[in-house]
Ligand binder design. Structure first.
Ligand SMILES: *[C@@H]1O[C@H](CO)[C@@H](O)[C@H](O)[C@H]1NC(C)=O
Ligand SMILES: *[C@@H]1O[C@H](CO)[C@@H](O)[C@H](O)[C@H]1NC(C)=O
Ligand SMILES: *[C@@H]1O[C@H](CO)[C@@H](O)[C@H](O)[C@H]1NC(C)=O
Ligand SMILES: *[C@@H]1O[C@H](CO)[C@@H](O)[C@H](O)[C@H]1NC(C)=O
Length: 376
C-alpha cells in the first residue's frame, strides 16, 4: 500500500512533469496550464477519495471481467455448431441394408482453440437432469421436432421407460406428454406441422399466462410439400415472430432494433442448476438438408427441390424470427449438422439418424447453460 505522502509527491511530479513534457513537444502554453490544472484536480480528487473507496480496484476488475465474460459468451454461442463428424462403415456392413445400420456415426466439437476455450462437452444424464430439474419443456413442430424430443428423452430416461416412449411418441401425428418424476421435468411434444399451428400454440400460452421454460419449435417441410409457396411461409413466420416476441419481457419490437439477448431475461433458478425462470428460452429447429434423389415419393422429389428449399430458407432469414437477425429464437441448425453428417446419415433424404438430433440437443443444452450463466 502506497502511503498518502508518497502519492502526493507522485501526483505533484506528474502534475509538473507531464505538462512540461507535453509543452516541450506540441502543446501551447495555455493548453499546458489547462492540462496541468485538470491533472492536478483529477489526481487530488483521486488521492483524497481513494481511502474511502478501497473497493475501487475490485469494482474495476469486476467491470472488466463482466465485459470479457459477455464477449466470451457471445463468441461461444456462435461456435456451438462447430461440430465434426466421423462416419465409418460398421463392422457388419451388408450391402443390402440401409445407411442407418451400415454406417456408424459420431460427432464432436472441433478442437480449434476458440472452441476448446468454451469448454463444450457432451452432457451426461446427470448434467442434463440437473440443468432441466423442475422445468417445463415444450417441443412443437413436425417430425424433425419429434426427433429432437426423442433425443432429449433418450438422454434423461432409462432404457426401459424409453422403449415405451419410443412406441408412444412415434404414433403418427399426435401429441405426447411425459413427466420425468426423478427430476420433475415435464416434456410436451405438440404435433404442429405448420407454422400456423405454432403461432396458435404460442398465442395459447400467452392467453393462459402460462409459459414453458424452454420452447423448441420448427416447421416448414409440410408447408413446402402441401403449399409449395415460400412467400406464404414467410408471412406465417412473421406472425409467429410477433407472437413469440410478446412472450418475452423485453422485445425487439418495443425497444430499439437490437437483438434480444440472454441478458434481457431474468434468470431466476428454482432448482439447483435448473433453467426454469420467468421467461422462456426459445429455439427454432431448422429444416434438414434435403437430398432430392433420396426422397421417398414422386411428389416430394418434384416439390421439395433444392431451389424451393433455398427460397424457404431465404424467407426464414427475412422474417427476422432468428436471433442472428434480431429475433427471439436461437437457431438449431439442423441443415448444417445434417449436411456435415452427410448422405450416409439418412435413408429417406429428409429424416436423419439420431446422432444428428443428439448433436442439436447438446447445442441447445449448452446454449441454455451459457444463457443461464452456468458452467459445468
Ligand atoms: C433400415 O434397415 C433396418 C434394418 O434392416 C430397418 O429396421 C429400418 O426400418 C430401415 N430403415 C428405413 C428407413 O428403411
Ligand atoms: C394446423 O393448422 C391447420 C391449418 O389451419 C389446421 O387445419 C390443422 O387442424 C392444424 N393442426 C393441428 C394439429 O393443430
Ligand atoms: C403464395 O402466398 C401468397 C401470400 O399468402 C399469396 O399472395 C400468393 O397468391 C400465393 N401464391 C400462389 C401461387 O399460390
Ligand atoms: C432436483 O431439484 C430438487 C430440489 O431442488 C432436488 O431435491 C433434487 O435432488 C434435484 N434432482 C436432480 C436429479 O438434480
Amino acid at each position: 500500500m502506497i502511503g498518502a505522502v508518497q502519492l502526493g509527491v507522485l501526483a505533484a511530479c506528474v502534475v509538473v512533469l507531464v505538462p512540461m513534457g507535453m509543452a516541450g513537444y506540441h502543446l501551447s502554453r495555455n493548453k499546458m496550464l489547462f492540462f496541468s490544472g485538470a491533472l492536478f484536480i483529477t489526481l487530488a480528487i483521486g488521492v483524497h477519495l481513494t481511502p474511502y473507496f478501497p473497493s475501487v480496484n475490485d469494482f474495476v476488475t469486476t467491470v472488466s471481467s463482466v465485459v470479457v465474460f459477455e464477449n466470451r459468451r457471445e463468441s461461444c454461442l456462435s461456435h456451438l455448431h462447430d461440430v465434426v463428424w466421423e462416419v465409418t462403415p460398421s463392422p457388419n456392413f451388408n450391402p443390402l441394408d440401409n445407411n442407418t445400420v451400415n454406417y456408424d456415426k459420431s460427432w464432436a466439437w472441433t478442437s480449434s482453440s476458440t472452441v476448446s476455450a468454451c469448454g463444450f462437452q457432451k452432457l451426461g444424464r446427470f448434467d442434463a437432469s440437473d440443468l432441466l430439474n423442475g422445468s417445463w419443456v415444450v417441443v412443437a413442430g413436425d417430425s424433425q421436432a419429434r426427433l429432437v424430443a426423442l433425443s432429449l428423452l433418450s438422454l434423461v430416461l432409462d432404457s426401459g421407460p424409453l422403449e415405451k416412449v419410443n412406441r408412444d411418441l412415434f404414433k403418427r401425428h399426435s401429441d405426447y406428454q411425459i413427466v420425468v418424476g426423478e427430476i420433475g421435468m415435464r416434456l410436451d411434444f405438440i404435433w404442429a406441422p405448420y407454422t400456423f399451428n405454432l403461432t396458435h400454440l404460442v398465442n395459447g400460452f400467452k392467453r393462459n399466462r402460462n409459459y414453458p421454460d424452454v420452447l423448441v419449435m420448427g416447421s416448414g417441410l409440410w408447408h413446402m410439400l402441401h403449399f409449395t409457396n415460400a412467400s406464404d411461409f414467410g408471412v406465417q413466420l412473421q406472425s409467429l415472430r410477433s407472437a413469440s416476441v410478446s412472450l418475452l419481457p423485453f422485445s425487439p419490437d418495443t425497444g430499439s432494433d437490437r437483438p434480444v439477448t440472454s441478458s434481457d431475461r431474468p434468470v431466476t433458478s428454482s432448482g439447483s442448476g435448473s433453467v426454469s425462470g420467468r421467461s422462456p428460452h426459445l429455439f427454432w429447429i431448422g429444416m434438414p438438408t434435403l437430398i432430392n434423389s433420396m426422397l421417398n415419393t414422386e411428389e416430394k422429389r418434384e416439390k421439395m427441390t433444392d431451389a424451393m428449399r433455398g427460397e424457404y430458407d431465404k424467407e426464414l432469414h427475412n422474417s427476422k424470427i432468428l436471433r442472428k437477425a434480431g429475433g427471439p429464437l436461437l437457431l438449431l441448425d439442423i441443415e448444417s449438422l445434417s449436411w456435415n453428417c452427410g448422405v450416409r446419415c439418412t435413408v429417406d433424404g429428409m429424416h436423419y439418424d439420431m446422432p444428428v438430433y443428439e448433436a442439436a440437443l447438446h447445442i441447445m443444452l449448452h446454449a441454455l447453460l451459457i444463457e443461464s450463466h452456468q458452467k459445468l
